[in-house]
Design a protein around this ligand. Structure first.
Ligand code: ZN
Ligand code: ZN
Length: 252
């Protein structure tokens, strides 16, 4: 690989990871799991397609596992608590812990009753390996189209997977142990994690006001996900549930 190809791999992987992270925080997290925003049908299809080809995850499963995380944060029932499972297990094997909770039918039954599969899920989006196959093929195609050859696309797809898994792990592991706690929740705020994860690094503030579409509630905080939501709302592609912040937990 030449230095140009290495650079192209890094840029392509960063782009794909940030696209996946943005859809995770805006659509899966704030939209489906917390109903803090509602997006139009075309936006939902675009989001579902991006999640399908970049992660292979099922949105309804993600939302149910996440609601369980909120309901049982840092207790034995939390699907991915570093207090219960240890820092390194959550940081490195977050996906395995997620899969275990997602496969448990009780999780979906208790936390995802309102989220059912439609015909598109049955035909397309529930087929994880097909989605990932389409994603890898698309990465190779784009890389060849740009003149970097197939290996850059394949390397970028691999690097994206590792980055997405490590950033998701960091939210659940680092974001429950290190950082500030302005509110009485066990998670933590870390600005550098927030910057890399579409705002989810403001992980202490979020459970204090879970239906707030905006996570950056203090001066100096930046929530990239909120910027995307504001842009979608400006073009009438998304509706924000409420603009005033409704706190569930008090300041610490
Ligand atoms: Zn949440
Ligand atoms: Zn958390």
């Amino acid at each position: 690989m030449t230095w140009t190809q290495v650079l192209a791999t890094l840029v392509l992987a960063a782009f794909v990871t940030q696209a996946a992270i943005s859809v995770t925080t805006v659509y899966l997290h704030r939209g489906l799991a917390h109903r803090a925003i509602t997006v139009t049908s075309p936006v939902a299809i675009v989001c579902r397609s991006i999640i399908w080809v970049t992660t292979g995850m099922k949105p309804r499963e993600w939302a149910a596992v996440h609601r369980k995380h909120h309901a049982a944060t840092d207790t034995a029932d939390d699907p991915h608590s570093p207090i219960v499972h240890g820092f390194w297990r959550v940081q490195l094997a977050n996906a395995a812990l997620y899969r275990r909770a997602a496969r448990n039918e009780l999780t979906q039954h208790k936390y995802g009753k309102d989220l059912t599969a439609d015909w598109l899920d049955k035909v397309l989006f529930d087929r994880a390996f097909l989605g990932l196959g389409v994603g890898v093929t698309a990465a190779i195609g784009v890389s060849m189209l740009l003149g970097f050859g197939p290996w850059v696309g394949l390397a970028a797809a691999t690097l994206h997977m590792v980055s997405y898994l490590m950033l998701s792990g960091a939210i659940n592991a680092v974001g429950h142990l290190y950082g500030t706690r302005p509110y009485a929740t066990s998670a933590t705020n870390l600005p550098w994690v927030a910057l890399l994860t579409g705002g989810v690094g403001l992980h202490n503030t979020h459970p204090a006001a879970p239906t707030s579409a905006r996570f950056s509630l203090h001066k100096g905080e930046f929530d990239p996900g909120w910027l995307i939501i504001r842009t979608l709302a400006f073009f009438r592609l998304a509706t924000i549930r409420h603009h005033e912040v409704k706190f569930k937990r008090a300041a610490a």
